[in-house]
Design a protein around this ligand. Structure first.
Ligand code: ATP
Length: 443
């Protein structure tokens, strides 16, 4: 993966700031490296991405349930999972400019890759990526706890709690969305690689003989999910891990990759984690982690197929893929062609002028949309062209204008973002129309 962002990436970073999608964390203090804050439009976009994932993985399925485990867990969890000893990246430091690099991201380990430096590099060392903190008032080693580097372990340790309380039989899944923390050596590419991020993970527990079937199923389903929400198919690909790339516990792993401006990069990994995690926790906790199968009257450890995605990476991919510049000269427009379900704002209500009762009618329509939980925006400033342009740039799929005719016959004009098609509807039918369009976009 190339490290430098190109022009498109910097355009998106500045659009994200200008329109309130993403700001640098603690900006007034000079920022904090690799930390980002989601502004009013960004938080809606990211919530919609997480909701779309939860719908596909939990709400619309009979075989997956949800969980919200705590970020801090018993330190033994990370011994059992292998993170304490094995969760490290190889790093090197430049002796001259003091910059730190991931050794496995460098082509040449002889000298610093920064063109103006070229200094000598240190030996490759292992660097554990887990953040440490202390629990309680005493800061000694017995109080050390870790910020979870993945949400998956919270699912494994709760496997029997969930299975027994919900009376589930394999194949079934447990899904979770939550923050994870990794002290990445080289974060970068905007929100692509950060030290605090949100994951969307699901562990699917299956009888050991069915692992390959379900691995194939989830690989295809997860690729399709990105396409369903509008990512261009030629910007997506699956990449199988080579044998030497596989985590020690994994039987197979495939990444869903997206063609970012900085190159093909991982959005999500689908792994066959075998029965490794359950057996490790059984060994380290001394508590049985096997499932009791009522039919055969025997215990077994299910195999686990895990689709593990990043909410921030997915949000960035949806933002980048939605970005379009169309037309030329004074007809040029920047438009974010978000899938309607992901768009931060669904409808903008725009009275043509700020007089003659148009704002009052607009306010009423706006209220009606909000009362129906349709995230909307009201604006009666500036020319209508400027207001359309602002909404295109925010990715709002529908604009509704109120004009003189509206006051006479109670109709409004709907303007669609992508086609710029305009048509009149009775204002009393507007909510129903938007709801229908939103439903249709989900099919
Ligand atoms: P990478 O190779 O990019 O470091 P990974 O293979 O270690 O990622 P996983 O452990 O499989 O990642 O985590 C699952 C998902 O969590 C990733 O596909 C990604 O979407 C997200 N993720 C992992 N690390 C980060 C990070 N530092 N910043 C943002 N998202 C991340």
């Amino acid at each position: 993966m190339a490290v430098n962002t190109n022009d498109l990436m910097s355009t998106i970073v500045s659009l994200a700031k200008r329109r309130g999608f993403i700001f640098q964390s603690s900006e007034i203090y000079g920022g904090l490296n690799s930390c980002w804050d989601y502004g009013p439009l960004g938080v809606e976009l990211k919530r919609n991405v997480k909701d779309a994932w939860w719908r596909a993985m939990v709400t619309n399925r009979r075989d997956v349930v949800g969980l919200d485990a705590s970020i801090l867990m018993h330190p033994k969890v990370w011994e059992a999972s292998g993170h304490l000893t094995g969760f490290s990246d190889p790093m090197v430091d430049c002796k001259k400019c003091k910059e730190r690099f991931r050794a496995d991201h460098l082509e040449n380990l002889d000298k610093c890759p920064k063109p103006k430096c070229g200094g000598e590099l240190t030996e490759v060392r292992k660097f554990n990526l887990m953040f440490k903190t202390f629990m309680g008032p005493v800061e000694d080693s017995s109080a050390t706890v870790y910020m979870r580097p993945e949400t998956a372990q919270g699912i494994f340790v709760n496997f029997l709690n969930v299975q027994q309380s919900s009376r589930l039989k394999p194949p079934f899944g447990i899904a979770q969305i939550g923050k994870s923390f990794r002290n990445e050596i080289t974060p970068g590419n905007f929100t692509y690689r950060t030290r605090e991020f949100e994951q969307m993970e699901m562990e699917f527990f299956v009888p050991p003989t069915e692992d390959e079937k379900w691995y194939g199923y989830w690989r295809d389903a997860r690729l399709q999910w990105y396409k369903d929400y509008g990512i261009k198919p030629d910007h997506l690909r699956l990449r199988d891990h080579e044998k030497d790339e596989l985590a020690h516990y994994a039987k197979a792993c495939v990444d869903v990759e997206y063609l970012f401006p900085f190159g093909w990069s991982e959005l999500e990994g689908i792994a066959n984690r075998t029965d490794y995690d359950l057996k490790q926790h059984e060994q380290f906790s001394g508590k049985g982690m096997a499932y009791f199968d009522d039919e055969s009257k025997s215990h077994y450890h299910p195999f686990v197929v895990e689709p593990a995605a990043g909410a921030d990476r997915a949000t960035l991919a949806f933002l980048v893929d939605a970005y379009h510049v169309e037309g030329e000269g004074k007809d040029e427009r920047v438009v974010l062609r978000f899938h309607p379900a992901l768009a931060p704002v669904k409808v903008a209500v725009l009275p043509l002028v700020k007089k003659d009762g148009m704002p009052e009618m607009g306010e009423k329509i706006y209220r009606d949309l909000l009362d129906n939980s349709i995230k909307s925006f009201y604006d009666h400033t500036a020319s209508i062209g400027r207001r359309y342009a602002r909404q295109d740039e925010a990715g709002t799929p529908f604009c509704v204008t109120i004009d003189t005719q509206s006051l006479e016959d109670q109709t409004v004009t709907v303007r669609e973002r992508d086609s710029r098609e305009q048509y009149r509807v009775a204002s009393s039918e507007l909510v129903g129309l938007i709801q229908k369009k939103m439903r249709e976009s989900m099919k």
